[in-house]
Design a protein around this ligand. Structure first.
Ligand code: SF4
Length: 378
């Protein structure tokens, strides 16, 4: 069984019929995606990591660029982390890039640069959870795997009539996925399930008339689509956050490093701070310069604001420009000065890149930021 231990056939007859229908549909309808025509383990791995929290359309050009820059595990493992983060810039959720880089180093050192195929070894690698391990096993090695993402959960929940939102329902979906993938070519069947979930079995209006599983599907039979595992609407949760951010120039633009733990570590940003309840952005911008760098600005002006969203946090960032009488003599965080031209080579999170782009060649704000669009996956 090569390390896959989590599943048993649930319903052999249904699994075989599903595998057959999915295979012929996928052979007719599969999209030509760059990671599909040459499914070697490294490319599959990079694609699966990139596709977490990034759309297929956004991934296509970035995948090709990433593979050109780092064509194999060795080139990725031997690149400086800062270069990998710079290449990842704009895709967001940078922990993915950091884990990919660390895992590439481990694969080079422990497996001679060849990605292992057994579940246990794959799961030891940073950033490879049950879903990604299943995707690599099935797509790259054509081995059966019970893998569950939102698309597969919804399709199998509906077709097999799996109710509930808990761990038992999740286990049933995983077992069914394993059974269906075992009943055909795991590479084809699992990709077909993913494709069906993203193109046909849509969350709100499934296109049952175009679905190869129409005759087998319980949700279709009962004309009831929202009561199954993976389809129950989730209550949305949003946490609103206010922050200030200061672009300050004194012989260059002033950047600080991100903390060495948490999101965006290894990257740089303009100094910023939370606006506490009852406080004001102007007060917090001054307090930030005073507290972290021991400086009072000789001038401070709000140049605009932008919004970005990461997971449930919906953040409004008030952007200020500060004029400084002198550079800081000491600071609580690592900092550096950059010219506006040098900013292009520094890894910046998305919101910071948007601010950097609004600065003119002299580091002066060329235009007022008033961007109110959300930036998912910043
Ligand atoms: S028949 Fe409809 S509900 Fe069932 S899997 Fe296909 S698209 Fe989804």
């Amino acid at each position: 069984m090569n390390g896959q231990t989590d599943s048993h056939p649930r319903d052999d007859g249904l699994a075989k019929e599903m595998a057959r229908a999915l295979t012929s549909w996928f052979e007719r309808s599969a999209r030509a995606l760059p990671w599909r025509h040459q499914p070697d383990p490294y490319r599959v791995w990079v694609a699966e990591v990139m596709l977490q929290q990034t759309t297929v359309a956004a991934c296509i050009p970035r995948f090709e660029r990433f593979i050109r820059r780092f064509p194999d595990i060795r080139s990725l493992a031997s690149a400086p982390l800062e270069e990998v983060l710079a290449e990842w810039e704009g895709l967001g959720y940078y922990t993915r890039a950091r884990n990919l880089w660390r895992a590439a180093g481990m694969v080079l050192e422990e497996y001679g640069g060849r990605l292992p195929s057994d579940l246990e070894s794959l799961r030891r690698l940073p950033g490879i959870g049950p879903y990604t391990a299943g995707a690599i096993r099935s797509i790259a090695f054509d081995l059966p795997a019970g893998m569950v993402d939102a698309n597969i959960r919804r399709v199998l929940g509906r077709v097999c009539g799996i109710r509930g939102a808990g761990a038992e329902a999740e286990r049933e979906v995983r077992q069914m996925c394993f059974s269906v993938s075992s009943a055909g070519s795991p590479r084809t069947v699992n990709q077909a399930l993913m494709e069906l979930g993203s193109l046909v079995c849509l969350p709100r209006s499934p296109l049952c008339g175009e679905c190869p599983l129409e005759d087998l599907c319980r949700a279709r039979r009962e004309q009831s689509f929202d009561c199954w595992h993976g389809s129950v609407p989730q209550a949305s949760r949003t946490v609103r956050v206010e922050e200030v951010c200061v672009t300050a120039s004194m012989d260059g633009l002033w950047l600080v490093s991100r903390p060495c733990d948490g999101r965006w570590r290894g990257m740089w940003e303009f100094p910023r701070a939370r606006v506490e309840a009852g406080s004001s952005p102007d007060f917090e911008a001054r307090a930030l310069l005073e507290r972290d760098f021991g400086l009072q600005p000789s001038g401070l002006q709000q140049t605009g604001s932008l919004r970005y969203r990461v997971t449930v946090h919906d953040t409004r960032l008030h952007v200020f420009r500060a004029w400084l009488p002198q550079p800081p003599s000491s600071a609580v965080r690592e900092w550096r000065l950059c010219t506006p031209a040098e900013l292009a080579d520094v890894p910046l999170p998305n919101p910071m890149r948007r601010i950097a782009r609004s600065l003119g060649a002299e580091g002066r704000d060329r235009l007022s930021l008033s961007v109110e669009k959300e930036s998912a996956g910043a």
